[in-house]
Design a binder for this molecule. Structure first.
Ligand SMILES: NC(=O)c1ccc[n+]([C@@H]2O[C@H](COP(=O)([O-])OP(=O)(O)OC[C@H]3O[C@@H](n4cnc5c(N)ncnc54)[C@H](OP(=O)(O)O)[C@@H]3O)[C@@H](O)[C@H]2O)c1
Length: 296
C-alpha cells in the first residue's frame, strides 16, 4: 500500500511525512516487527538514533518490507558522546553501516551540549554529510530559541527540523513560533506523552496522563476516536510532525489513521489550554557530551 501520511516541505525542498514511527526503547526484536507493522500500515517515516541500539533492525525491517528505499524517510541521530567534527563523521559512517543504507533522509544532532564548540563542530560535520549527499536534510533536537540563533550565526545551513519534547502538557508555543519564523519544521517527541511516568496514574503536577485526560477523552468520544488519535491530530493541525512510538500492531495502525477527521478551533483551543509549561525530559541547558553514556 502507499504511504498514508501527507508530506510536508522542509526548508531545502525535501518532503517529509507528517507522521512516523519512533523506536526509542523498542528492543531489537520488537523493532523488527514494529517496522513491519508500521510499513504495512502506511508509515514511511521511521525515527531511530544511535543511542536506541536498534539502527540495524530498522534497516533490516525496511529491506524486508518490499517498499522501495526511495519511498522511505529514515531519521537517525548523532549520539552526544560522538560530538566533535571527526568523531561525528565517523559516527555517521557507523550509523549508515548499521542501518545498511547509503544515505539517510534526516540526520539530527541529538542534543545541544554545554560543550558548545563540540556542538558547532558536530553541526559542521552534518553540513559536510549534507553536502556529500549522504543525508538529504540535517537538523537538531532539543534546541532552545537562543541555541538556534547561535547555531545559525556560526554555520551555513539552517536546520531543517528541530525535534523537541512536545505533547498537550508541554506545548512549547514560543519555541514552535521561533522554529516557524526560522523556517524550521517542528517535530514532536513523546507526542502522546510517553515521557510521562504514569505508573501511579497521578503525576506531572497532579494531572493524569494526556491519554486519560478527561478533556481529551471527551473530544475523542465525540469523534469516535482514541485519545492518542486526537492528540496526533492536534499535532498535525499545528503543522507539527509527530513520531509516536508503539510496538503494538493495533496501536501502530490506529496512530496513523488520523487524516480523515478534523478538530474544530474550539477543540484545538481546549487542547492548548492543557499546557502546564513543565517539561518531563532533560533541560537542554544541562546536557553535555557525557550525558546518556549508558545509551538509555
Ligand atoms: N530527540 C530526542 O531527544 C527524543 C527523546 C525521546 C523520544 N524521541 C523520539 O520520539 C519517539 C516517541 O516518543 P516516546 O517514545 O518517548 O513517547 P510517545 O510516542 O509519546 O509514547 C510512547 C508510549 O505510548 C504507548 N502508546 C503508543 N500508542 C498508543 C496508543 N494509541 N494508546 C495507548 N498507548 C500508546 C507506547 O506503548 P506500546 O509500544 O506498548 O504501544 C509507549 O509506551 C521515540 O520513540 C523516539 O523516536 C526523541
Amino acid at each position: 500500500m502507499a504511504g498514508k501520511s501527507p508530506l510536508i516541505n522542509l526548508n531545502n525542498g525535501v518532503k517529509m511525512p507528517a507522521l512516523g514511527l519512533g523506536v526509542f526503547a523498542a528492543s531489537a526484536e520488537e523493532t523488527a516487527s514494529a517496522i513491519a507493522s508500521a510499513i504495512s500500515s502506511g508509515y514511511r517515516l521511521i525515527d531511530t538514533a544511535r543511542s536506541y541500539n536498534n539502527e540495524a533492525q530498522v534497516g533490516e525491517g525496511i529491506r524486508n518490507s518490499g517498499v522501495d528505499r526511495a519511498e522511505m524517510f529514515v531519521t537517525t541521530k548523532l549520539f552526544n558522546g560522538d560530538y566533535g567534527y571527526e568523531r561525528a563523521l565517523r559516527a555517521f559512517d557507523e550509523s549508515l553501516g548499521r542501518l545498511g543504507l547509503d544515505y539517510v533522509d534526516l540526520y539530527l544532532l541529538h542534543w545541544p551540549t554545554k560543550d558548545w564548540n563540540a556542538t558547532i563542530q558536530s553541526w559542521k560535520a552534518a553540513e559536510k554529510i549534507l553536502g556529500d549527499g549522504r543525508a538529504r536534510a540535517i537538523g537538531v533536537c532539543n534546541f532552545l530559541e537562543d541555541q538556534l540563533d547561535e547555531l545559525i550565526a556560526a554555520s551555513d545551513v539552517v536546520p531543517a527540523v528541530n525535534q523537541i519534547e512536545l505533547h498537550p502538557y508541554f506545548a512549547q508555543k514560543p519555541l514552535l513560533a521561533k522554529n516557524r519564523a526560522l523556517g524550521i519544521v517542528t517535530e514532536a517527541w513523546s507526542p502522546i506523552g510517553g515521557a510521562i511516568n504514569d505508573g501511579d496514574g497521578d503525576n506531572h503536577g497532579g494531572r493524569k496522563h494526556p491519554l486519560t485526560d478527561p478533556v481529551i477523552t471527551t473530544i475523542a468520544e465525540a469523534h469516535g476516536r482514541s485519545a492518542a488519535q486526537v492528540i496526533l491530530r492536534w499535532h498535525f493541525q499545528n503543522d507539527v510532525v509527530a513520531i509516536p512510538k508503539s510496538v503494538n500492531p493495533e496501536r501502530i495502525a490506529k496512530n496513523i489513521d488520523v487524516f480523515d477527521f478534523a478538530l474544530s478551533d474550539a477543540e484545538m483551543a481546549q487542547l492548548d489550554e492543557l499546557d502546564t509549561g513543565v517539561r518531563i525530559g532533560p533541560d537542554p541547558r544541562d546536557v553535555d557530551t557525557s550525558s546518556f553514556a549508558e545509551f538509555v
